[in-house]
Design a binder for this molecule. Sequence first.
Ligand code: ATP
Ligand code: MG
Length: 406
Amino acid sequence: MSNHPVSGAEVRKAYLDFFAGRGHTVVPSASLIPVDPTLLLTVAGMVPFKPYLLGEERAPYPRATTSQKCIRTVDIDIVGTTARHMSFFEMLGNFSFGDYFKEKAIPWAYEFSTEVLGFDPERLWFTVHHSDDDAASIWIDQVGVPANRVQRRDRDNFWQMGVAGPAGLSSELFYDRGPALGDDGGPVVDEERFMEFWNLVFMQYVQDEPYHVVGDLPAKSIDTGAGLERVALLTQGVANVFATDLVQTVLAAGERATAVRYGASPAADVSLRILADHGRAITFLIADGVVPSNEGRGYVLRRLLRRAVRHAWQLGAQRAVTPHLVDATIDVMSPGYPALRGSRDGIVEMAEREEMRFRRTLESGHTLLAGELEGIGEGGTLPGATAFKLHDTFGFPVELTEEIAA
Ligand code: ATP
Ligand code: MG
């Protein structure tokens, strides 16, 4: 028996304990709805702390550590097709507000990875910004990692939010998942074999537009982010984030709800992974007070929910699947997020109502499309106007029209 954390809950606890033991205040996850009006959703662990980094507000503690709920809409389209991307995930982080800098953040990340998580040092790779001799020297001279496993990159190691605000050089940790998954040569060669699991950002600059530095922050700070599900993938030695204990139960709920077995076909597997991911995302969005609508956050929720239902419908599921996904998510996640238990009924009800509404759209759109296609016959072409009407009047997804017509 190893004494290293394995389950998602164990990893989360080990992380917070490690940094609490090094002077960090453990702060509970903030809502997915940020206070910051310039952001739609919480996309990273640093979001709730932005005013402290900018010096707009005095931080109530010099060091903090969190496991922050995040939603990344930029990754929605690839969810299910890579081993490591989800729309909803938790980001473990340790923060310094004008307190320690690289000289502590780097050795602590290495110590946690090798000693607490028990990662084989031979499998770890690192990146730094090409101009960052300090970070390279801390890795090589202070921590003692082989110089050939510290790779230098350009914009990939300059962290910024895409808007005016704080920015800094970054250093990332990668785990070599083995030659079966890609070519040798480190993360500059292959990012599925060499999987990023932790990003250390050395907050130092102010930019007025992406990559354009106009000055320095009032103080140098640290912002790190490690994806909990990616770390759990590594501690559990499984193929992807969907096979970790944090997500697997939700995926199994999707199998039962659709009566499709995981492993039946590559396309069905992608659909089941999407159901698992989107099921988690809609549960946490509704729990944080988001309501399906046609704009803003409500639209993100509606898009995720409809995409999940479309995949379930294509897998042949006749009855509502979202209540099962929500239930499974709450079962797995309520130890870490106890408030979920009390809101179970309300979340299930909202998801199911939105699902049934969209299922009626799917049914009537499908009937109309089937009629049109019969009129055209084999080898004919569906008029663009029909596809437009299906989408515009009925809300029938264009991708579905394309697939069915083909
Ligand atoms: P990648 O290039 O692999 O997409 P990233 O550079 O977008 O990662 P960061 O923005 O640095 O990632 O986020 C910090 C950490 O959060 C990453 O090291 C990773 O562990 C985790 N993370 C980022 N995006 C996702 C995602 N879509 N799903 C799960 N974990 C993620
Ligand atoms: Mg990314």
